[in-house]
Design a protein around this ligand. Sequence first.
Ligand code: PEP
Length: 252
Amino acid sequence: MRRCFIAGNWKMNKTVAESLALVRELRGAVSMVRDRVEVAIAPPFTALQAVAKALEDSNIGLAAQNCHFEGSGAFTGEVAAPMLKEVGCSWVILGHSERRQYFGETDEGVNKRIGAVVKAGMLPIVCVGETLAEREGGKTLEVVTRQVKGCLAGYSAVQGEKFVLAYEPVWAIGTGKTATSRQAQEVHAHIRMLLKEQWGAGVADQVRIQYGGSVKADNAAELLGMPDIDGALVGGASLKVADFAAIVKAKG
Ligand code: PEP
């Protein structure tokens, strides 16, 4: 049985003080789902250490929004996986479409970053998803197949069973347009089939696949009710306590 996993991606929002204020409210707002739903938040790098302390003894895990694939070195402006582990991160979001679109990240780069995350003792949330042009061109499954295979190449079933994938259609991120539950389910089922090809049915059955793209309180229950949708990666709505808490509670 896959435990529902809701993660909030705060993107480039919130100072340290604002992050702490949000966390103070969030702790109480999601505490009642402790056993049923896994919850994590991904504040900006600058707030990670303070937020980690503020999350102590809560049911909320800490994620980073990206990391470099080397453990240290001359990479000005980058942050290495061991640094994120040191400040209390358990998860790292990798391959988000904003990283791919604005910073040139590729499946190959995500593949290397996964290695750094695993080596540092954390787990990746690997994002894939098609653009609007790709969907309209009938290329969704082809694109997602290329991304999943490229990102996960070389990782074993033992490593992969705890990975999380996030299907995030680019056209649905921050736009208010959500994939219908049927559109999302079709891609999630396809991703699970790819996982089965790579790691076998037992592992494919355990790996959680989040949906992301304008998830809100009013569409979360339907999306999370689909058989292969095991959680949500939430952007905009994760910055508002009531909205994020409603999504966390939507699984029923
Ligand atoms: C995201 O950034 O991963 C995301 C899904 O954003 P939003 O929920 O705002 O569409």
